[in-house]
Design a protein. Structure first.
Length: 178
């Protein structure tokens, strides 16, 4: 059974939207962490907006990780997207929660959810997240889409932490339910 792993860049005030604020902090350790993260998964689970942004940026990119991003299996969760032409992309639509549960039930390595705030909110609400990998930056932006929005509830257990200069990498699992 696969696990669903949410990975995101996060400000101190919990914002995950438009993480351009993370760029001044990028370093070799963060690049290594993100590379290792990609190598241990079966593919990406993306919302439509993130997918469309990635599909525009990665095919012509020379950045480290571009080959992996362009060749990885990509599952795009959307009821509005009709075609997904970026290499190795598959659309998930209809009863999205049932489709995600079925995808998760397949044997294999985990699926990585990168960005995709709306999708993440659905995954949180449906208790489908098996792990959170948060890169927390020493930035407060004051507004934007937060990882945990109003009325979201979660109890998490810290399983690992690393420091990359001023950036913290935190791995959490949902706490077992009583």
């Amino acid at each position: 059974m696969r696990r669903i792993v949410v990975t995101t860049f996060l400000t101190l005030d919990g914002v995950m939207e438009h993480p351009m604020w993370s760029m001044p902090y990028w370093n070799d350790d963060i690049a290594k962490f993100k590379g290792e993260e990609r190598e241990t998964c079966d593919g990406l689970l993306l919302g439509r907006i993130t997918y469309e942004g990635f599909a525009q940026a990665w095919p012509n990119s020379k950045d480290e990780g571009a080959d992996w991003m362009n060749n990885a299996r990509k599952y795009v969760v959307s009821n509005t997207l009709k075609t997904a032409t970026w290499n190795n992309s598959h659309i998930i639509s209809g009863d999205i929660v049932a489709e995600l549960k079925a995808l998760k039930a397949v044997d294999g390595n985990h699926l990585l959810v990168d960005g995709s705030a709306t999708l993440v909110q659905t995954l949180i609400a449906e208790n489908l997240v098996d792990e959170y990998r948060l890169l927390v930056y020493p930035v407060v932006v004051g507004k934007g889409i937060r990882l945990f929005q109003d009325n979201a509830q979660a109890t998490l257990t810290l399983v690992e932490s690393q420091s990359f200069g001023n950036v913290l990498a935190l791995r959490y699992h949902p706490a077992p339910k009583d």
